[in-house]
Design a binder for this molecule. Sequence first.
Ligand SMILES: CC[C@H](C(=O)O)C(=O)SCCNC(=O)CCNC(=O)[C@H](O)C(C)(C)COP(=O)(O)OP(=O)(O)OC[C@H]1O[C@@H](n2cnc3c(N)ncnc32)[C@H](O)[C@@H]1OP(=O)(O)O
Ligand code: CO
Length: 145
Amino acid sequence: MKLGRLNHIGVATPSIADSIVFYREVMGATKIHEPFDLPEQGVKVCFVDTPTDTGLNGTQIELIEPLPGNTSIAGFLEKNPAGGQHHMCYEVPDIHAAKAEFEAMGKRVLGEPRIGAHGTPIFFVHPKDMGGVLTEIMETPKGAH
Ligand SMILES: CC[C@H](C(=O)O)C(=O)SCCNC(=O)CCNC(=O)[C@H](O)C(C)(C)COP(=O)(O)OP(=O)(O)OC[C@H]1O[C@@H](n2cnc3c(N)ncnc32)[C@H](O)[C@@H]1OP(=O)(O)O
Ligand SMILES: [Co+2]
């Protein structure tokens, strides 16, 4: 692998509305995007931008709240009622090549690549194979940065 850009840090929350207030009032976030539902992934999503001085897009905070019926995030929140750091997402140039590399290293890729919150293909690698960090791999959006 070649370590790619840290696209976002996923933070599970019981309430995106409450988390928006936190990131604005406590953290001083100035660019908080409109929340949107991603029903195929069973989550409501809200991106919080972090500033960069490079003019490129900074790593985002991805707030995720379970939609009714979602079990994975709901299960995480049962264990962590206040929410918490859920996953890290790195960019790759080619999602299929990356999937083959992780599988060749014996890492458990969870499912086939599917479209994620940025509209490009993503997959997850099991946290137990990744030093305890649920790791999302995302294909870099065309023309990004
Ligand atoms: C895709 C849209 C958006 C985007 O960016 O595009 C998102 O990121 S949406 C994010 C939500 N989607 C997912 O998380 C999909 C991938 N996740 C999974 O498939 C499951 O959550 C899985 C397999 C990681 C865990 O599910 P399971 O049912 O096995 O839950 P358990 O509680 O039994 O966990 C087993 C074991 O793993 C540890 N665990 C669970 N979640 C995490 C985590 N987020 N980070 C680190 N470790 C995690 C859990 O503690 C258990 O460990 P054990 O020692 O056995 O107690
Ligand atoms: Co994510």
